[in-house]
Design a protein around this ligand. Structure first.
Ligand SMILES: Cc1cc2nc3c(=O)[nH]c(=O)nc-3n(C[C@H](O)[C@H](O)[C@H](O)COP(=O)(O)O)c2cc1C
Length: 371
């Protein structure tokens, strides 16, 4: 492929963050230039009915999503949608005018394993700027998620205020909100996955989202998707998911299971930050499978971590019944055609296994009954 043979080797001569910013800048130019989108991603293919699903009140043209962190400031969302992803998450974003994140270098490649480390620390221009960016952009043909994070300076006990601020500021622009409580790069953030901290955060955000929907005259609130770490021990994971089953609404909410790992059994150099890409896949698979067993189909599950091709997506979906998956690290290795190629590969895996529609292998319509 042209990207892997020619462009990637050139990009990989640059520092990883510089290359990332360059690629994002090019994509931003493509936001309003269909010819450039076609050049980057190939011709738009016809809709693929075998992959279409309705979930959380949204229509997904395919189950392959772009995970949070690639486009933290939402500058290239229209172009990313044009590449063929089924849904896109921008952010994570922190309140007001954001924060610089950790000092550079803070993004590293592990080329032989096609993996990445990052210790970015939620570098972003803030919820106020993101609101302005999204206000000026055209609506997307796919569901748009905004991932909310906590500012480094905010004490963990005051975290709710950060998420609530950004939820309110960005309320008109998102189709769903991810609640990132699983980044390893913000001190203590993962404590929000546990006990009364998780309870208070989710209860507060559900109420806030209800209030915002009422004020906007909406029939129902916007979906909230908490995002958990692959490193959670099974006992804590299961307690957290039981809480999610109690507090969230299966008709609109979901759980994202997966983020980068700092587990030294999978991360060869945790000092460089959270590790992601194919070496994470076995761990992510286990965690998503465990989550599916605990959720028992009562909340939609989004699988995340180490997915590199459509075969991986098929494996995770089939094993755990998750109707949606997300990827991030594979994008710089496979290039802008990744979403289209993954759709092809997923369809091929379905053909090999005699699956006509994704709903045959996924749990996409959880019931409200028996939490
Ligand atoms: C450079 C980079 C930045 C990331 N930033 C965020 C972020 O801001 N918020 C978040 O929820 N996850 C973030 N992630 C985690 C990804 O969304 C994803 O969960 C993780 O990388 C595992 O998926 P992958 O193996 O497909 O990359 C980031 C990942 C990378 C590699």
């Amino acid at each position: 492929m042209l990207y892997e043979k020619l462009l990637a080797p050139l990009l990989f001569r640059l520092d990883a963050e510089t290359a990332h910013n360059g690629a994002l800048g090019l994509l931003r130019r493509a936001n309003s230039r269909p010819w450039l989108q076609a050049l980057l991603a190939g011709r738009d293919r016809a809709p693929e009915p075998r992959l279409e699903q309705t979930l959380c009140g949204m229509r997904f043209r395919n189950p392959i999503g772009l995970a949070a962190g690639f486009d933290k400031n939402g500058i290239a969302a229209p172009a990313l949608a044009a590449l063929g992803f089924g849904f896109i998450t921008v952010g994570s974003v922190t309140p007001r005018d954001g924060q610089p994140g950790n000092p550079r270098p803070r993004l590293f490649r592990d080329v032989p394993n096609r993996a990445l480390w990052n210790r970015l620390g939620f570098n972003n221009r803030g919820a106020d700027t993101l609101a302005g960016v999204l206000e000026r952009q055209p609506g997307l043909p796919v569901p748009l998620g905004i991932s909310l994070g906590k500012a480094l300076q905010t004490p963990i006990d005051d975290a709710f205020g950060d998420y609530a601020y950004s939820l309110e500021k960005l309320h008109p622009y998102a189709d769903f909100f991810e609640i990132c409580i699983s980044s390893p790069n913000t001190l203590n953030l993962r404590e929000l996955q546990e006990g009364s901290r998780l309870d208070n955060l989710l209860t507060g955000l559900v109420k806030k989202a209800d209030d915002l929907a009422r004020s906007a005259g909406m029939a129902r609130r916007k979906p909230l998707w908490p995002k958990f770490a692959p490193d959670m021990p099974p006992i804590l994971r299961d307690i957290a998911l039981t809480k999610c089953r109690e507090l969230l609404d299966p008709a609109i909410d979901a759980v994202v299971m997966g983020n980068t790992t700092i587990d030294p059994a999978f991360n060869p150099d945790p000092a460089k930050g959270g590790y992601s890409g194919p070496p994470l896949f076995p761990k992510a698979r286990d965690q998503v499978r465990g989550a599916a067993a605990r959720l028992e189909g009562r909340l939609p599950l989004v699988g995340n971590g180490g997915i590199f091709d459509g075969g991986d997506a098929y494996t995770m979906m089939k094993e755990s019944g998750c109707p949606l998956v997300q990827l991030h690290s594979a994008l710089p290795y496979r290039g802008p055609m990744i979403a289209r190629r993954m759709v092809e590969e997923l369809l091929q895996a379905m053909d090999r296994n005699g699956v006509r529609h994704v709903s045959e292998i996924t749990i996409s319509q959880p019931s409200r009954s028996s939490k």
